[in-house]
Design a protein around this ligand. Sequence first.
Ligand code: NAD
Length: 258
Amino acid sequence: MTMKTALITGSTSGIGEGIARVLAAKNYNIVLNGFGNKKAIKELQSDLEKGGVGVFYSDADMSKPRQIKKMIDGAVKKFGRLDLLVNNAGIQHVDNIEDFPAEKWDAVLTVNLSSAFHTIQSAIPYMKKQGFGRIINIASAHGLVASAKKSAYVAAKHGIIGLTKVVALETAEMDITCNSICPGWVLTPLVQNQIDAIAKNDGISIKEAEVKLLSEKQPSKQFTTVDQIGELVAYLAGDTAKNITGSAISVDGGWTAQ
Ligand code: NAD
């Protein structure tokens, strides 16, 4: 049987790394991408390879369209096909709108939204040619509802849900789907920074800061794990999910049910 190939942007940390680990365990060849310590990335690569799958690392910067195209072409050259594209790379900046630096707005929109336009534009021709494709955009609860101080992030995440729907319509008659996953709080370095900031500002322990963060938005008062997101990605990537397209699927402990 031909092995499937998955490319996950921003997979050197957090949710992306978790998705890569779940998919490697399910026998996908993996294209890793993201920034970070070279030694740690090599270790992650060897770890994934232990299960017998192929792993290719691209250091493409998701704010650079030419590097994005090179990454997608390189992935197909290496593994012969690209079955699953997961747009996960993301950054955050938190400020009131009047204090929000314009260059931070541009950076958040570029990495969290425009990068997905470029990856999808490069990947779709290969998916059409092979007659199969799955595109999954890691949006956020902030793609469905807002929080103060997150103008760029909320705009980008609402935008990626719109982009998801358009791609779903344009590929609806093929075995290609495009969906968004909308996590609430998942404990990753991106969220740990926010917990550390609460603990410092309020003079409370890390545990108390975690409870405070969860209590404000997530009724389950539990973090989603990166494995849980990985398993949902694997399900959406499979044959049985072929009629799920254009959806925004919440994994948020009830956040957006409120
Ligand atoms: P993280 O900071 O742990 O990981 C982000 C990844 O993106 C890293 O691998 C980083 O190197 C990569 N990255 C950042 N800028 C890049 C660039 N220009 N080019 C290439 N790679 C780049 O964050 P995370 O919490 O794992 O978040 C992953 C995604 O999930 C993001 O899109 C985020 O918005 C979304 N999300 C996270 C949560 C959460 O609670 N953690 C909730 C909802 C949505």
